[in-house]
Design a protein. Structure first.
Length: 139
């Protein structure tokens, strides 16, 4: 039995991380999931938020923000295909704060039919998830 997983995290633009890991955790549609070597296969949507990867070489854990996407889990392989994925140090806090404020303003001050609620709610969820991750890592 292998003691690590092959992990590949990609976005529409580029490969974010690829390597061996002993544990991966994510916010899946069904809730928080932690995947270790030998996990039961499944496919799920992932919500905007953090992907944590514990590299097999025992280096520092990786924190990666994803805006959503699909995760495929096989017993020793995990593939995460994200709409947008960023390493935490690539997140622009000022831009995320501005996007959150704009989305909140649009939701509170508009009349029905004036805005695309689904798009604005998605913008709000992404910005909030980015800011939560930054705040969490500062602790």
């Amino acid at each position: 039995m292998a003691s690590s997983l092959k992990v590949e995290i990609v976005s529409a633009e580029k490969e974010i991380w690829s390597g061996d890991a002993t544990l991966v955790s994510a916010s899946a549609q069904m809730g928080e999931v932690g995947i270790a070597p030998g996990h039961t296969p499944f496919i799920t949507r992932i919500k905007p938020g953090e992907i944590r990867v514990k590299p097999a070489d025992e280096s520092e854990e990786l924190d990666i923000y994803v805006s959503g996407g699909i995760m495929e889990v096989q017993p020793y392989v995990i593939t995460i295909m994200a709409d947008t994925a960023l390493r935490v140090d690539e997140i622009d806090e000022a831009a995320a704060t501005q996007a959150k404020e704009e989305a909140e303003a649009a939701l509170s001050g508009s009349k029905p039919g004036e805005i695309d609620y689904k798009a604005v709610q998605s913008q709000l969820a992404e910005a909030s998830a980015q800011l939560q991750l930054i705040k969490k890592l500062r602790r």
